[in-house]
Design a protein around this ligand. Structure first.
Ligand SMILES: [Fe+2]
Ligand SMILES: [Fe+2]
Length: 455
């Protein structure tokens, strides 16, 4: 009898793990590196100069503009996008793009066009067309509703996507959910830098791969370390060169001086994008901008304050452990003061959700250096689980720290369904399940309008 009891105790320790914190899910189906899909899987569209790699993002601060970007491989012409409201197809408007090219080592880009379509109506479906003559392509998007405190809106959340078969599974899972209206992308796009001389053909392939989503709904871009493309040893010393030629964001609309940090309003959310790989110390441009930005957020207009930053501040994986620590030290007191609802990060290739904790009391001499529960603190979500070529980060620190509520090394994506000013329903979907299955879920309570602890 005693032996049986000891067996049951030992079995329960084995299953649950030696945890002090939340749940560590040992649901791991795959730990080997993922394999990139062959370049030949994503050929250019057939034709001489057919537009490709089409993607859209928000083009202003409040959602009435859209930046349409595309590449023409051989000639700059045409650099015009036509658009029309779905119910007014006789009324077509033209917008001229700015066009750029760049070289990277021995690679030469196609003609990259960015056009900002302005003064759109809210909550309206538009068609748009790029290309020339018989080589045109048509797509559509829907503008967001006008901002307001109780406007429902659903974001998809994807990080560290890459271009493997797992990446494709993540994207297909997200797209099979009809609720997602825009994607909050958490950095690390193509992983072209995995290849010799950062083979920039992989940037083109990535643009073709994600077009099935990015051409139809805005992706809000965050820069990760794989966007640095820093290669001084082969004559490429300019950080973010490829990324910044290819992905434009409306940074000037939020008085930012760099496309690497900016903000947008969308429906009932205020989204602030930060850069882990730009200076953020006192007096730096990013520091000064964020200091002036946070007091501007009107939570009566946009109750949900969400921050995107590539490298997580609270994460308990051994991979990249504490890489976000210095930025946390700089900015966490502001985020607690302004009651930020959520911080979304990527970088660590697994999934983790934190408790609402802060670690802002420490002053070197007082010894108060442990994160504590704090109702004014954001929830930190790590979603570096898009499925890239580096594979899963499947080594968690043990025991699980008390700030960690749930963690699992699986690929997947999340959705955030904002219902009104008080409640949003958050779900995480692993690729091994069918999309409707939520492996982790939580009703999130707004920090200003309903600052109660989540169940
Ligand atoms: Fe990263
Ligand atoms: Fe990554």
């Amino acid at each position: 009898m005693a032996a049986a009891i000891w067996f049951l105790i030992a079995l329960s320790v084995y299953i649950a793990g030696p945890c002090n914190g939340g749940v560590t899910s040992y649901y791991v189906r795959k730990s080997s590196p993922s394999v990139d899909m062959p370049i030949e899987h994503f050929p250019p569209p057939s034709g001489h100069n057919v537009p490709e790699q089409v993607h859209i993002t928000q083009g202003d601060h409040d959602g009435r503009s859209v930046i349409v970007s595309w590449v023409t491989p051989r000639k700059a012409h045409s650099h015009v996008v036509k658009h029309w409201a779905a119910d007014k197809c006789n009324h077509k408007h033209k917008t001229h793009a700015s066009t750029t090219t760049y070289t990277y080592h021995k690679y030469k880009s196609g003609f990259i066009h960015h056009a900002t379509i302005k003064r759109l109506e809210y909550d309206t479906k538009y068609f748009y067309e790029v290309g020339h003559g018989h080589e045109t392509r048509q797509f559509f998007f829907t503008t967001p509703p006008k901002e307001g405190p109780d406007v429902p809106y659903t974001f998809g959340i994807i990080g560290d996507l890459g271009q493997t078969y797992d990446s494709n599974s993540t994207l297909e899972h997200y797209m099979s959910n009809p609720k997602g209206q825009a994607v909050l992308f958490l950095g690390d796009l193509s992983y072209a830098d995995h290849y010799a001389y950062h083979d920039n053909r992989r940037w083109d392939v990535w643009g073709r791969f994600v077009e099935k989503s990015t051409a139809y709904q805005p992706w809000i871009w965050t820069a990760g370390n794989h966007e640095l493309d820093y290669g001084p040893e082969f004559g490429e010393p300019v950080p973010f060169k490829s990324y910044m030629h290819r992905y434009h964001v409306p940074y000037k609309a939020s008085k930012s001086t760099s496309p690497l940090w900016y903000s947008i309003k969308r429906a009932s959310a205020y989204v602030i994008v930060l850069s882990s790989y730009s200076a953020y110390g006192t007096y730096t441009p990013q520091y000064n901008w964020l200091q002036e930005e946070l007091p501007k957020v009107n939570r009566s207009e946009t109750p949900w304050l969400i921050i995107l930053v590539h490298s997580p501040w609270y994460n308990s994986n051994n991979y990249h452990f504490k890489e976000g620590e210095s930025m946390r030290v700089m900015f966490e007191p502001w985020l607690v003061h302004y009651k930020v609802d959520m911080v979304l990060s990527g970088h660590v290739h697994s999934y983790e959700r934190s408790e609402r904790v802060s670690n802002v009391k420490y002053n070197i001499t007082d010894g108060l250096c442990t994160p504590v529960k704090d109702p004014s603190a954001p929830i930190y979500l790590t979603l570096g689980d898009g499925g890239n070529i580096e594979g899963l980060a499947n080594s968690f620190t043990e025991p699980q720290p008390s700030y960690s509520a749930f963690r699992e090394a699986s690929f997947g994506h999340a959705t955030l369904e904002i219902k009104n000013r008080t409640h949003a329903y958050y779900t995480w979907h692993r690729n091994h399940d069918n999309e409707p299955v939520a492996a982790d879920s939580l009703w999130i309570h707004n920090r200003i309008w309903y600052p109660e602890e989540e169940d």
